[in-house]
Design a protein around this ligand. Sequence first.
Ligand code: COI
Length: 355
Amino acid sequence: MTNKISITLSTTRKEKPQADQLEFGRVFTDHMFIMDYSVEKGWHDPRIVPYQPISLSPSTMVFHYGQTVFEGLKAYRTKENKVLLFRPDQNMQRLNLSNDRLCIPRIDEEFVIDALKQLVDIDKEWIPTAEGTSLYIRPFIIPTEYYLGVAPSKYYRFMIILSPVGSYYKEGIHPVKIFVENKYVRAVDGGTGKAKTGGNYASSLKAQEEAEKRGYSQVLWLDGVEKMYIEEVGSMNIFFKINGEVITPALNGSILEGVTRKSIIQLLKHWGVPVSERRLSMEEVYQAYKEGLLEESFGTGTAAVISPIGEFFYNDEKLVINNGETGEISKKLYDTLTGIQTGTHDDVFNWVVEV
Ligand code: COI
């Protein structure tokens, strides 16, 4: 796509939140990126405009059958005032993978990364610098045809919005408590589990609500057939350290292919820590716990970063891990990853891209 991006700057500037009041995804910056798709024109009319509500007819397909995809990545400001993005190419590749699954036309990955850089540059004053904060970038695509038939839309809108954020969980960097879900399932082989589509998250809400009532932050999803094998947490992938080895469920088509997950595996291999991606049952984790071999567990995700897990609720039993405290490998991974992302740690893998 060779379209030039038109830029209309906002004539007013919103007040920025205090760093210590930042939550996840509640406040948005002054501008946003939009482009539209039609069969005749392809993706066209790319523009950066003031952040504002959009108007859609009630018959717009986005309101009916959930044909949506999204991504999440972050921008950081370094001490030297440079703006860094973490592996944006990986997010754009995954966006196209989700597009394919949801019958949405592919985007030009390089063009979108360039658009994203221009948008972040315009709103760079919004990037918070306090420890644990960043600018969350949310690209997403919605179907915009006015039609009630169940079919892929003929029109789409791609948008990018930006939100200064603090930590995703109210626990911050302290360990979270996770409920091992044995009633509801998130995804099955052949379904949309691997795509980043709204429906996966809608279907997780009931389980999440029930877990929260019992004092747990999120649920751990098991496979959709036997409810035995570990999949993911929904807003993050999951890792266990058992008897010196770090294990994460292998990608099986129903697990989201996390960019942080992939980066953590690369880091662990680089350090020479034994790491494997394989099928892992909750029963195996439980046995390891009983034998005192379950040393640590943590979740990984763009929003969640590295989130240590202090407790699982499994079959009416509380499994407390590492005395409910952050483990050594979780801490080292958090420090290294956030160090690379914020430019204070050597970027040995060339993951970081300057805006
Ligand atoms: C992310 O980590 O960016 C995610 O997409 C998780 C999200 C649903 C909050």
